[in-house]
Design a protein around this ligand. Structure first.
Ligand code: ARG
Length: 449
């Protein structure tokens, strides 16, 4: 016979909320006792019983029962077995609707803290790497074409900024998650003198929800997390893409430590950047998790609808993906080495200094557009001659403009970078400032969660 109830069961995934569910129930029982809604004695029994349930789960001794559908029913039923009829009073002035909304908010608040810590660790590794190669110069790209020399540290700190914005987004998400839904009942509020401020204080919420109907049906805080997670993984994916091609023979910019490469089962020479590839690949599932929940939400009338149970698996998947990425990424970054000689060499060749030659002419008084035209012609000439700009003789330079002097040969990748000496630019002194600002930011995490 078909077991139809399988369709509605959520215990195999919502059990991860047990600590939050029990914390919510303990606070609720205390509030009921304090308000005289149930006796202090029953409240005490319930609180002790819930402590035992928690211990059983922690010790893997809890008798999970699929026929009880979800976590809430499992815990209540076990409480009944442990303390008897008093257990039946726990659900006074509460519904599974405000209960599950509470669980998800408590869980998300915890997860947000871990998420921000993971991002801080990643930033820490970027900073360490940038500091190690503080003066290393490399080709900077636009359109994946070599463009202008930049400091390797400057390139890495671009990701530091991206992760800083991610942290901002997660902190913002925390603010909206930090609202207590308990006390909303099924949808309309509760018919008991419930003390919601007490509950908020016990459970560490900044405020109580203003509308019971919104409180039981709102999952915006999960969408906030998922949206921030999707953007955050996009950042990891971009960095991963660079790590993948930087570590290729064609680029040969970096070498990953052995722990973060794998061999091929057939090609003995291979050192594949699997961890970076997987971070790039796992970005897809987080985007999917966001789209999944947006789609679950889009047609829901007020208030609670069972569809909302489908908020969990995708959300947990996104959380697991982010936290797993934070487990590997900081160490992978720390173990990465830069081939400084190779990248510095490439930074000075292949017309990387063309803009600087134009800037040179501007400094001699030529309008920029004209200088741009002169250097464009120069580059074209070089290409036909198979030369780089630095290889031209002064006579050749003079064929294009009289403004050229011997000092044109002092244009180097280093002088090019040093010239970008404005706020946010890649000049070594600016990058040094950027590094110390980043360091300060990591030391003063007072605004973190
Ligand atoms: N398992 C449900 C969920 O995750 C709990 C709430 C059930 N509420 C209800 N009225 N059936 O959303």
């Amino acid at each position: 016979m078909t077991n139809y109830t399988n369709y509605t069961v959520s215990i195999h995934y919502d059990r991860r909320l047990y600590r939050h569910d029990i914390a919510g129930s303990i606070a609720h029982a205390r509030m009921l006792g304090k308000q005289g809604i149930i006796s202090e004695e029953d409240a005490g029994l319930i609180v002790d019983g819930l402590g035992k349930v928690r211990q059983e789960i922690q010790e893997d001794k809890f008798p999970w029962d699929e026929t009880l559908e979800d976590l809430h029913m499992n815990i209540e039923s076990r409480l009944h077995a442990l303390i008897g009829p008093a257990a039946g009073r726990l659900h006074t002035g509460r519904s599974r609707n405000d209960q599950v909304a509470l669980d998800m908010r408590l869980y998300t608040k915890d997860v947000l803290k871990e998420t921000v810590q993971g991002l801080r660790a990643t930033q820490g590794s970027l900073l360490a790497l940038a500091t190690r190669y503080q003066t290393g110069i490399m080709p900077g790209y636009t359109h994946l074409q070599r463009a202008q020399p930049v400091l390797f540290a400057h390139h890495l700190l671009a990701y530091f900024q991206m992760f800083q914005r991610d942290i901002d987004r997660f902190c913002d998400c925390y603010r909206r998650t930090d609202v207590l839904p308990l006390g909303s009942g099924a949808l309309a509020g509760v018919a008991y003198p419930s003390d919601r401020d007490f509950l908020a204080q016990e459970l560490g919420f900044r405020e109580v929800s203003a509308n019971s109907m919104d409180a039981v049906s709102d999952r915006d805080f999960l969408l906030d997390y998922l949206a921030a997670a999707a953007i955050c993984m996009m950042h990891f994916s971009r960095l991963s893409e660079e790590i993948v091609f930087w570590s290729s023979r064609e680029f040969g910019f970096i070498r990953l430590s052995d722990e973060f490469t794998t061999g091929s089962s057939i090609m003995p020479q291979k050192r594949n950047p699997d961890f970076a590839e997987l971070a790039r690949g796992k970005t897809g599932r987080v985007y999917g998790d966001l789209m999944g929940l947006l789609t679950v939400m889009k047609g829901l009338p007020m208030t609670y609808n069972r569809d909302l149970q489908e908020d969990k698996e995708g959300f947990f998947d996104a959380v697991d993906t982010l936290l797993a990425t934070f487990q590997v990424y900081p160490d992978m970054l720390k173990g990465l080495t830069l081939d400084e000689g190779r990248v510095a060499g490439l930074a000075g060749e292949s017309f990387m200094l063309a803009t600087d030659v134009a800037d040179y002419l501007v400094n001699k008084g030529m309008p920029f557009r004209e200088a741009y035209g002169v250097v464009k012609e120069l580059c074209r000439h070089c290409e036909t001659q198979g030369k780089d700009l630095q290889d031209l003789t002064l006579e050749e330079y003079h064929c294009f403009s009289d403004s050229f002097d011997q000092d044109v040969y002092s244009i180097t990748a280093e002088s090019s970078a040093a010239a970008r000496d404005n706020p946010g630019g890649t000049a070594p002194n600016r990058v040094a400032e950027e590094l110390s600002r980043a360091k300060e930011l990591l030391e003063s995490t007072a605004n973190d969660l």
